[in-house]
Design a protein around this ligand. Structure first.
Ligand SMILES: Nc1ncnc2c1ncn2[C@@H]1O[C@H](COP(=O)(O)OP(=O)(O)OP(=O)(O)O)[C@@H](O)[C@H]1O
Ligand SMILES: [Mg+2]
Length: 274
């Protein structure tokens, strides 16, 4: 089943203005963990907002689990699709962690005990169970993002979109969020679309889409994508550091296979020189 499908979608922020997404076509399968890459202004956030019905396509069709987005089913779509945004400070709606996470389920009109169960589940899944009664304003950026993810999770969405959700965090905070998201994908079977400009994060996913000027320029496994160095560069993207090192070693004459992890690269080098 397709979790998310864009069919010939175009959108402009201004009437007759430049297209922010231009004949965008892609599908995300249920259970996938997909990275969306692309230079600044390539249309990634517009893709996220269109998916969640925060913007309406000028042309084409968007379907979430086979429901075509329209004004009539926005409520259902938002129940199934959760979005986590970039800024950890602008997403909280309450001052206490517990109240913030409860906000979504409360709006769904769920019974009290079900809301309690969902808060438990969401805080546990994001490793924030010890902060249930904490003030959000006292948390670190990474912890605030976990709360934002917990708030989305408490809605039990079938698909989550993270729009540069790690951009404002330090490397440790970034790694932790990606781990949390990966676990949710693998354990809970939640389909994940992770928009990021950190190439290393894309390496954690099953599939990567590269956006350029509002449409999909490349797609494939991260390994396949990162092998296409020149193309990536032409779309304004840099390689993961390991990819850069590998490229330099190959240029220097070492016969190495394409590898993405530090361990695999070390093994390659050892076998090459011994
Ligand atoms: N609110 C807005 N009003 C007008 N134009 C906008 C608005 N938001 C985005 N755009 C334009 O739409 C295009 C796509 O922007 P979008 O924010 O989707 O890109 P992005 O890939 O998310 O970029 P970034 O990496 O900087 O977050 C850009 O040309 C941008 O200038
Ligand atoms: Mg953006």
């Amino acid at each position: 089943m397709n979790a998310l499908e864009f069919r010939g979608v175009s959108f402009s922020y201004e009437e007759n203005g430049p297209l922010a997404v231009d004949d965008l076509n892609f599908t995300v399968q249920e259970g996938d963990f997909v990275a969306v890459l692309g230079h600044n202004g390539s249309g990634k956030s517009t893709l996220a907002r269109l998916s969640g019905g925060l913007l309406t396509a000028d042309k084409g069709e968007i379907a979430c689990f086979s429901n075509v987005l329209s004004d009539k089913n926005l409520y259902d779509i938002r129940k199934n699709l959760g979005i986590v945004f970039q800024n950890p400070d602008s997403q909280a709606v309450a001052s206490l962690v517990e109240d913030d996470v409860a906000f979504g389920p409360e709006n769904l009109g769920l019974p009290r005990d079900e809301i309690g169960r969902r808060i438990d589940f969401a805080l546990r899944a994001t490793g924030m169970e010890d902060f249930r009664g904490a003030m959000i304003s006292r948390l670190s950026g990474g912890q605030k993002q976990r709360v934002a993810i917990a708030g989305v999770l408490a809605m039990k969405p079938k698909i989550m979109i993270l729009d540069e959700a790690t951009a404002m965090l330090d490397p440790k905070g970034r790694r932790e969020i990606v781990e949390v998201v990966k676990e949710l994908n693998k354990r809970e079977g939640i389909t994940v679309v992770m928009i990021t400009h950190f190439m290393e994060e894309a390496l954690q996913t099953d599939r990567a889409l590269v956006m350029n000027r509002g449409s999909i320029a490349m797609q494939g496994s991260p390994e396949e994508i990162f092998e296409r160095h020149e193309e990536l560069l032409s779309f304004g993207l840099a390689l993961p550091r390991i990819g850069v090192i590998l490229k330099k070693l190959r240029e220097g004459g070492m016969e190495l296979h394409e590898v993405l992890g530090a361990d695999a690269l070390a093994k390659e080098i050892v076998s090459c020189v011994s």
